[in-house]
Ligand binder design. Structure first.
Ligand code: FES
Ligand SMILES: [Fe+2]
Length: 384
């Protein structure tokens, strides 16, 4: 992204966004236009359309998108809107086409899986009707580590620009080969930016996340990393995470016991193993964190100005999932507790915004990532 997410602590008191940016339907529509219809958005995992003719229907910024895999194994994305009079082509969120065709349920126009119009339901093809000009509208689609991204803009921004880390940062986790052991879908009553902001500061951790704060001592101090301490150190002596960034002594993963629930990923850098968590963000829709034994992906999308959907996947290597006696419950239970605490506090944040006395709040020094986020929103023309 255009903003330096690794900016230092804020040195001065800066205003937060105006409260109306989290409430107003017109502001929301502007964000849909400037952010959600212009950037690469994570729409699913490749394993959700693992086989030929599998499809997935997903709504981004009020636009239905059809993701499918053709008989050659290639993934395509189309606007889910028939070129006849605009009907949605799929009734269900996911499934498999019985044959290599998409048939509109309204007047039976049919398209091949490459989006070409095959036939119309009309007995009288009108003069001048150009079948080739009436194929499904294809959207740019990319596969990153098993996450499928689509962009509603036919002229998308550079793919890597939305990530806060190099695209290979989590390669050691081999996420493309991982599958989800569990998915939680949660709708929370807050603006999507409230959740984004919550995810990117830890001032709330001591009060909101007592268990997480015990697992990650630096969070218990209200800091994202030890280097945010006033002494100003930002890296460890060996260039790795600053001392104290990692998990409490003896703990190795984000689980209820601190013990991994499966084998550690081979080939993790020593610094990453010691840290116990490695974060990566794809603006604006995906947060991934790698632990030594699993990775967690949180996808978010706005459903309305004050409603946000979260989809959380717990990703493990296939062989870990298939191992006899494998039980991911301690990982899921731990993360779900943290997620539930965040969801509740985000709703609390949202409820209070209507009464914000000055129409906006203020950012504290530790909230530098939020400032970077706001700068990005402004640069994208999403906030006036
Ligand atoms: S709207 Fe699809 S065939 Fe008429
Ligand atoms: Fe939190």
């Amino acid at each position: 992204m255009a903003t330096d997410l690794d900016a230092p602590l804020l040195r001065e008191s800066l205003p937060s966004l105006p409260a109306r940016a989290y409430l107003d339907p017109l502001s929301h529509e502007r964000e849909l236009r400037r952010i959600w219809r212009r950037h690469w958005i994570c729409a699913g995992r490749t394993e959700e359309i693992a086989n030929a003719r599998d499809f997935l229907r997903f709504v981004i910024a009020d636009r239905g998108v059809l993701l499918l895999r053709d008989d050659q194994g290639e993934v395509h994305a189309y606007l889910d809107s028939c070129r006849h009079r605009g009907a949605s082509l799929c009734a269900s969120e996911r499934g498999r086409f019985a044959r290599a065709a998409i048939v509109c349920p309204y007047h039976a126009w049919s398209y091949d899986l490459q989006g070409r119009l095959l036939r119309t339901g009309s007995r009288h093809p009108p003069a001048g009707f150009d079948r080739d000009a009436h194929g499904l509208r294809a959207l740019p689609v990319r596969d990153w580590s098993g996450f499928l991204f689509v962009c509603l803009d036919p002229d998308p921004p550079p793919f890597a620009a939305g990530f806060d880390q190099p695209l290979d940062r989590l390669d050691a986790w081999r996420l493309a080969d991982c599958v989800s052991a569990h998915r939680t879908v949660l709708t929370i009553a807050c603006n999507w930016k409230v959740f984004w902001e919550n995810y990117n500061e830890c001032l709330h951790c001591p009060g909101v996340h007592p268990e997480l704060s015990r697992l990650v001592p630096v969070y218990g101090r209200g800091l994202l990393e030890a280097a945010d301490d006033p002494d100003g150190r930002r890296t460890g002596v060996d260039g790795g995470p600053a001392p104290g960034d990692g998990l409490r002594r003896g703990a190795r993963s984000w689980t209820t016991t601190g013990e991994p629930v499966g084998p550690e990923f081979p080939g993790l850098a020593e610094a990453d193993r010691r840290a116990g968590h490695v974060y990566m963000t794809a603006m604006p829709s995906l947060f991934v964190v790698g632990h030594v034994d699993y990775a967690r992906a949180v996808r978010l999308r706005p459903l309305g100005p004050e409603t946000t959907e979260l989809r959380v996947d717990y990703l493990f290597p296939r062989q870990t999932l298939a191992a006899p006696g494998f039980d991911p419950a301690p990982a899921i239970a731990f993360a779900e507790r943290v997620l539930g605490e965040d969801a509740a506090i985000c709703e609390t944040n949202q409820r209070g915004l209507r009464a914000a006395p000055d129409g906006q709040g203020v950012l504290m020094p530790e909230e530098y990532l939020i400032r970077g986020f706001h700068d990005w929103l402004r640069a994208e023309g999403a906030i006036d």
